[in-house]
Ligand binder design. Sequence first.
Ligand SMILES: [Zn+2]
Length: 462
Amino acid sequence: MNKSWKERKLWNEKIEAMAEGEMKVLQWRRLKRQLKYDYENSLFYQEKFKEAGLTPRDIRSFEDFQKIPLTTKDEHRRAQQESIERFGHPYGLITCAPMEKIVRISSTSGTTGVPTLYTLTKHDVNVLNEMHSRKYWRAGLRPGHIVLQALSLSMFTGGLPLSDGIQAMGLCCVPVGMEGGTKRIIDFLSLTKPHAIIATPSFGEYLIEKAPSLIGKEAKDLGIRWFFCAAEPGGGIPSVREKLRKGFNARVFDHTGGGHAFHGICCGEEEYRGMHFISPDHCILELIDPETKKPIETVDGAIGEMVFTFIGWEGGPFLRYVLGDMLQIFTKPCECGFPGIRFKILGRGDDMLIVKGVNLYPAAIKDAIAHHYPKTTGMLKILLDQPPPLVKPPLKLRVECDSTLCQEEKVALKEELKRYIRDHLRVTPDIELVPYGSIPIETGATGKVKLIEIVTEKDNKN
Ligand SMILES: [Zn+2]
């Protein structure tokens, strides 16, 4: 490998630095081909076109394309179920490639309801690996660097497929995974000397607190130069980023993109400017109004619900698919010099809360609590009487605080948190302070820390 190649800033300069107009031409060519392919190979998509009285031939402009009805996660699940009933397997309706071409089935974490399956061909796996390469290359990782993978290792989209992508770009992957527990991750952190770690931000926060007692040194002495946040919103929360940056003495990256074609990574600067969208050649991104479902123009600063369409994809391409995630788009060039539009994930569709008519995302509450570090540890639970989005006021928060605070300081902290949340989020919460270590770090098979806990009347002793 010659030096100049290693010093190149982009993994795939031809595509990543492509002029906007040229990219639009490429996208349109791939989209036309994809629509024909989806229509010819999927009974589910044929129905979608029929619903709107269209065939792929009728799609002559982007506006025409936006007439194709949206696909929701629920429809995806129903199509899987219907396929099982009709064909005896879940691959008969949305999956477009024949089974002999499918080499991987991965899945979303399935925290709500039946998991939706992603079916990938060898071609799709290569596209995914390319997207992982683009992200980590931009962050500055090069062959010779060791990356410790501390997310879930199972079939979830961020698990084994991610380790595969890291290896495919020539980095050294230590796939420890969350499943073996915190201690194993920490043991391998000490033993393998990784340059970078991919973990949930909560795990990073936990490690900062625990490292001295567990391994006898500060997290910042572990030699980690890159902290890649995934699976939770913390990587985009300023107070959490700051804590991780200082705690590890590392550059902190927020990135997204698991088993599908929508990928992004932030620039790793101190200021969070959103994630650069790095997969426009395989994913068409649209925004819609969350209420009316009408398209919103993707101009600088636009906010809307994300809709994505895979292009140049074989297995189970998504067509105008809605996950319910709210995005803000930035089209002005970023100061970091990297190309492409940027986006901030304002909230995951499944997570939104409504308190007295105020829309609230758990990530914003997390930011408000983490902002008061070190008086709070940043760990919290949002306690709800019923599944979201509707919250019976007051909003109840259980917040971990510094155990050394005296009673008066605790009373003052409660008031401070209440005031801060009221001023910043327009909701006045009820706050219960609990000592450091009371809120468990590992929950669920994916290793994601759930911010929301549903508490029934009986459990709730308050
Ligand atoms: Zn940037």
